[in-house]
Design a protein around this ligand. Structure first.
Ligand code: NAG
Ligand code: NAG
Ligand code: NAG
Ligand code: NAG
Length: 233
């Protein structure tokens, strides 16, 4: 996917960008990850979790290679890029589209035997990202309101934006999706359902933290809500 993206960007930049004056990007999703405790191992687990969810793509696009933590844990299971591939990927975005919805805890949990090695097992409850040294990172919701996977954590949008600014040299960012899904509550009259007070609250709080991030120097130029039409994708 990364190589396909980089190849498409090259075609666009070589052939169309100067006449169209367009900008080209990739959209990535990242949850904010909170360490489950203040223990160093859990703090490291949180950093790892962001690498595995976001750095997996963002590092190659900025630095031409997967995050160090992934190389460390996957060893030879992680393919190497050639020099040409690295160069093609590096800088292959004019701006970043970021989808942010929620946050998770990460804890470092040693496990004796992992039978099934995979990137992720049962993403709703357990994301197994530690493979070679017999660890699991365990994700817990911060507080669940609507969809089971979506815990509302507004300050997470500030945290992830500041993280991206620091780690990836302050790129131009558009929030390409922020919002939440609701349970299908047939007891609710349509008139009531359309009021959406929880959704209003969700956006209000996230926009406050987004504003704070902009004040802190994050280069955000746009914000798109999660809408009905998105899910025709
Ligand atoms: C970790 O430490 C910070 C700062 O001392 C504190 O605010 C926070 O509540 C602590 N978190 C946990 C999970 O103990
Ligand atoms: C990737 O490159 C490193 C360093 O040259 C090497 O040790 C490793 O075996 C390579 N991995 C694969 C999957 O070829
Ligand atoms: C591991 O994989 C096997 C074969 O796909 C499957 O039958 C088994 O249920 C899996 N075990 C766990 C713990 O996921
Ligand atoms: C929502 O629930 C109602 C009543 O159970 C059902 O008729 C309807 O098909 C559901 N809608 C969706 C989008 O699942």
């Amino acid at each position: 996917m990364l190589l396909a993206h980089a190849a498409a960007v090259k075609v666009y930049k070589d052939k169309y960008q100067s006449s169209q004056q367009g900008k080209i990007r990739i959209t990535l999703i990242c949850h904010w990850i909170v360490p489950y405790s203040n223990q160093t191992a859990d703090k490291k687990a949180a950093k790892r979790a962001i690498d595995f969810m976001f750095g997996w793509f963002m590092d190659p696009l900025n630095y031409g290679n997967y995050p160090h933590s992934m190389h460390l844990l996957f060893g030879n299971r992680l393919p190497n890029f050639t020099f040409e591939q690295s160069m093609l990927m590096k800088g292959s975005l004019d701006f970043l589209g970021l989808n942010y919805y929620t946050a998770n805890y990460a804890a470092d949990i040693p496990v004796a035997n992992i039978l099934n090695v995979s990137y992720a097992t049962n993403p709703q409850r357990l994301i197994c990202i530690m493979i070679s040294i017999n660890h699991l990172d365990y994700f817990l919701p911060i507080y669940v309101c609507c969809s089971t996977w979506l815990s509302v954590y507004p300050r997470g949008i500030h945290n992830i934006l500041l993280y991206i600014k620091r780690k990836y040299n302050n790129p131009l960012i558009y929030i390409t999706k922020n919002g939440f899904s609701e349970v299908n509550n047939s007891a609710l009259q349509i008139k009531e359902a359309l009021k959406g007070p929880m959704r209003i609250d969700y956006h209000y709080r996230h926009l406050l933290f987004l504003q704070l991030a902009i004040k802190d120097g994050v280069n955000v130029k746009g914000y798109f809500t999660w809408s009905l039409l998105d899910n025709y994708e």
